[in-house]
Design a protein. Structure first.
Length: 356
């Protein structure tokens, strides 16, 4: 006689329901598809694009948590918006179209420096919109997908004081553009940054090769006016909670080393890929939607600078650690944790139930 435990039909049914219950990210994907399909008809997505949409849920959810944490710490009447930064207060219709466009282009928020999502208050709708800001890898991906006559190779380098850099431009003696770039004997003592360059290399048609070079001052023109000290280095206000009132107050300043060299290199990279001409024959609906997002991001965050609430009839969320040029951690290029792990890691943070 068998001694194995048996389960009742009711238990079996409950087990089956538990197995079929979808995760938040899967429900978010379903919501995006339904929202988008309701406007333009049936939406066909590949398995890869659906996985990207799940990644968007995870990244946006974390951005909302961070923004809400900062909002809740502000004192009433001192720039604190009364509306919580929560899923129920997000403009889901706009979010759905933006997410679909970015997923079909191939931006993966789980990969560092692809795309950043920043919530801001839309005072007309009394909702929070999510603005999508490309990272430098996102610029590269878009240029390669939509560019006209894309180079076979793009070289981006910073030039230091002890380096030897000689650009070779086209003239009667040179049919192609090129450069000579030599490091000092002690390559770990190159001195301070003096400039940078990028080089478009066409293997089969070298006469189209192009070298562009800029001084340090010209590169720094692209630096955000109020660049994040965590990334660019510099002086930052230091705040502590007042034990009597529980409200944060400024107690002085602190100097941060930052990642200046990495920020300068990423600025050069953005400049390079932004100068690849877009092919009008490759433009599709997703590219147009992304361009509208860029225009909105430019109104709010020109070159990575978060503007004040008076701009574009909106109120930006105070996220000091976000820098559009620097994106996420400067030295990371590998994907972050998988959706399942990231969801578990953030499950203990305060955020209301998500009902898609």
């Amino acid at each position: 006689m068998s001694t194995e435990p048996t389960t009742t039909p009711a238990v079996q049914q409950n087990n089956a329901i538990a197995k079929k219950e979808k995760t938040h990210s899967e429900r978010f994907t379903d919501m995006v598809v339904n929202e988008f399909s309701g406007k333009v008809g049936e939406l066909a997505l590949t398995a890869f694009q659906k996985r990207l949409i799940q990644n968007y849920f995870i990244s946006i959810d974390q951005a909302l948590r961070t923004a809400e944490e900062r909002r809740s710490k502000k004192k009433e009447g001192f720039g604190k918006d009364p509306m919580p930064v929560e899923w129920k207060n997000i403009n889901m219709e706009l979010l759905a179209t933006n997410v679909v466009a970015c997923a079909r282009i191939g931006f993966d928020p789980a990969c560092a420096n692809h795309i950043n999502m920043v919530p801001y208050k839309n005072n007309n709708l009394q909702k929070y919109d999510i603005v999508f800001v490309e990272g430098y890898r996102g610029k590269e991906l878009k240029a390669k997908k939509y560019g006209f006559d894309v180079p076979d190779d793009v070289v981006v380098e910073l030039v230091y004081h002890n380096d030897k850099f000689t650009p070779i431009k086209k003239d009667q003696a040179h049919s192609t553009e090129s450069y000579i770039f030599t490091l000092p004997e002690n390559c770990f003592d190159r001195g301070p940054i003096v400039g940078g360059f990028y080089y478009f290399n066409y293997f089969e048609t070298p006469q189209k090769n192009k070298v562009m070079f800029y001084s340090k001052a010209n590169i720094e023109k692209r630096k955000p006016e109020h660049a994040s000290a965590e990334f660019w280095g510099g002086i930052k206000d230091k705040w502590e909670n007042d034990p009597k009132t529980g409200v944060g107050k400024k107690v002085g300043t602190e100097k941060l080393e930052g990642w200046y060299d990495e920020m300068m290199w990423k600025t050069m990279s953005r400049m390079a890929y932004s100068n690849i001409t877009i092919d009008s024959q490759k433009i599709d609906d997703d590219f147009i939607k992304l361009s509208l997002n860029e225009r909105l991001a430019g109104d709010l965050i020109p070159d990575g600078d978060f503007k004040s609430p008076e701009d574009a009839n909106s109120q930006t969320i105070d996220i000091d650690s976000v820098d559009v040029t620097g994106d996420k951690e400067p030295d990371k290029t590998e994907p972050i944790t998988t959706p399942e792990k990231k969801t578990e890691n953030t499950a203990n943070l305060k955020q209301p139930e998500i009902n898609f």
